[in-house]
Design a protein around this ligand. Structure first.
Ligand code: MG
Length: 261
């Protein structure tokens, strides 16, 4: 199933998304997920609407965003880093989340703000210490797209990455969540800046696959429903300027587009 979260006169709602002859429609409302007490299922009849006509919200309300650094060989190399021996984790602030088409704001504190297009896992069930032989799929609600926006200069000068990765608007997410894809089979991850292809990778090049990532993370911390795990970015990261438009496209999910302000 595919779903999105969107604004209505009655407040935020979740909706099932279906493909009708090449156009995505919100077909029916869905009950809200347990991690989101702010959304109430609106009673009454719902008339299907094209997804392109609503104001989308980020499709997930995460308690935390656990990112993976340097999980593509060529991206590690382009920034002069070694390939890590085990997954490199960092946290991104949930307050940085914005929806598709909301503006990424370049902070005055940084001289270089990069896009990082990424496939992201959405957790569907509480997970603590997933065993080596356990099937991780039971913990996965689906997949979405994250742009792991990064103040590259502050990432270097701070040493710690929390500020560089955590500015408000630095976590565009969406447009929807789907469980109809298999990243292990290899999905194209592409980022375009003003229409020009800047990143073009495939999830088959992930150094640590999704099962290994979930085991590694849950050996340290419990993952809760709605938590989001951006899995790392392919080579080709580059800076954005005010007035740009950035789009991250993941095969089988769609396009996460944001203006830069
Ligand atoms: Mg990243």
């Amino acid at each position: 199933m595919k779903y999105c979260r969107f604004e209505t006169d009655a407040g935020p709602q979740y909706g099932e998304v279906v493909d009708r002859a090449g156009t995505l429609w919100i077909e029916r409302l869905l009950p809200p997920f347990e991690e989101d007490p702010w959304t109430k299922l609106s009673p009454g009849r719902f008339e299907p609407v094209p997804m392109g006509t609503v104001k989308l919200l980020a499709p997930v309300v995460p308690s935390k965003i656990v990112c993976i650094g340097r999980n593509y060989r060529e991206h590690a190399a382009e920034l002069g880093n070694e390939v890590p021996k085990e997954p490199l984790l960092f946290l991104k602030a949930p307050s940085a989340v914005i929806a598709a088409e909301e503006a990424i704001r370049i902070p005055a504190l940084s001289q270089r703000v990069d896009f990082e297009g990424e496939l992201a896992v959405v957790i569907g069930r509480k997970a603590t210490r997933i065993w080596p032989d356990e099937d991780v799929r039971r913990y996965i609600r689906g997949y979405t797209i994250v742009n792991d926006v990064t103040a590259r200069d502050l990432q270097k000068s701070d040493g710690q990455w929390s500020r560089a990765k955590g500015f408000d608007t630095f976590c565009p997410m969406g447009p929807l969540v789907t469980d109809e894809i298999d990243p292990d089979a290899g999905l194209t991850v592409e980022t375009r800046l003003n229409g020009e292809v800047k990143q073009h990778g495939t999830t088959s090049d992930l150094i640590f696959g999704i099962a290994a990532l979930l085991r590694h993370i849950t050996a340290a911390m419990t993952l809760l429903p709605g938590d989001v795990i951006p899995t790392g970015t392919p080579a080709g990261v580059a800076p954005m300027q005010q007035g740009d438009r950035v789009e991250v496209i993941v095969e089988g999910i769609g396009t996460l587009g944001n203006p830069v302000a």
